[in-house]
Design a protein around this ligand. Structure first.
Ligand code: GDP
Ligand code: MG
Length: 175
């Protein structure tokens, strides 16, 4: 999980959630600063790295952008083994994706590392006219489960930077 004792930390970050919630778009927004309207669906898992500096500490994220996990009804342990942080994404315009996010969180709580920094992310807030999951529902669930909560848009970039910086901060505190 942690690469070094000095000011450089390497942290595995796994991104989970239902297909189409915007996991890949979110990661690409963070890593490349761009949004692609016709994002090709990810096959298997994609891997990205990005560095975030928190004060004098450099956090190098190894990001595992998962796909297709829905089919297996449970997450392959390789995804969360050694992970320092997990982002669980749902789409605010899709209630089913919120229910699925809860399932991922239950699984992480059961099998993940007890110090895993876990964040619940409500994505696609630019589509709030089509919202099916109220802010309060997401917030409340996060609170009850001791998770951080963010509302984001990979499309407009709203809160994306803050999301990853908050995770980096938390990871630095945990090590
Ligand atoms: P993934 O399957 O979770 O990796 O989802 P993708 O990143 O492939 O996104 C699925 C679709 O939703 C694509 O057409 C994206 O362009 C779109 N999308 C992703 N994030 C957002 C967002 O924040 N707002 C809007 N309006 N569309 C989004
Ligand atoms: Mg994807």
């Amino acid at each position: 999980m942690v690469g070094s004792k000095s000011n450089n930390i390497q942290a595995k970050l796994v991104v989970l959630g239902d297909m189409g919630t915007g996991k890949t778009s979110m990661v690409l927004r963070f890593v490349k600063g761009q949004f692609y309207d016709y994002q090709e669906s990810t096959i298997g898992a994609a891997f990205f790295t990005q560095i975030v500096s928190i004060n004098k500490v450099t956090v190098k994220f190894d990001i595992w952008d998962t796909a297709g996990q829905e089919r297996y009804h449970s997450l392959a342990p390789m995804y969360y083994r050694g992970a320092a942080a997990a982002i669980v994404v749902y789409d605010i315009t899709n209630m089913v994706s919120f229910q699925r996010a809860k399932k991922w969180i239950e699984e992480l709580q059961k099998h993940g590392n007890p110090h895993l920094v876990t964040v619940l992310v409500a994505n696609k807030v630019d589509l709030s006219a089509k919202r099916e999951v109220e802010i309060e529902e997401g917030k409340q669930y996060a609170k009850e489960n001791g998770l951080q909560y963010f509302e984001t848009s990979a499309k407009t970039a709203e809160n994306i930077h803050d999301l990853f910086h908050e995770i980096a901060k938390k990871v630095v505190q945990v090590v």
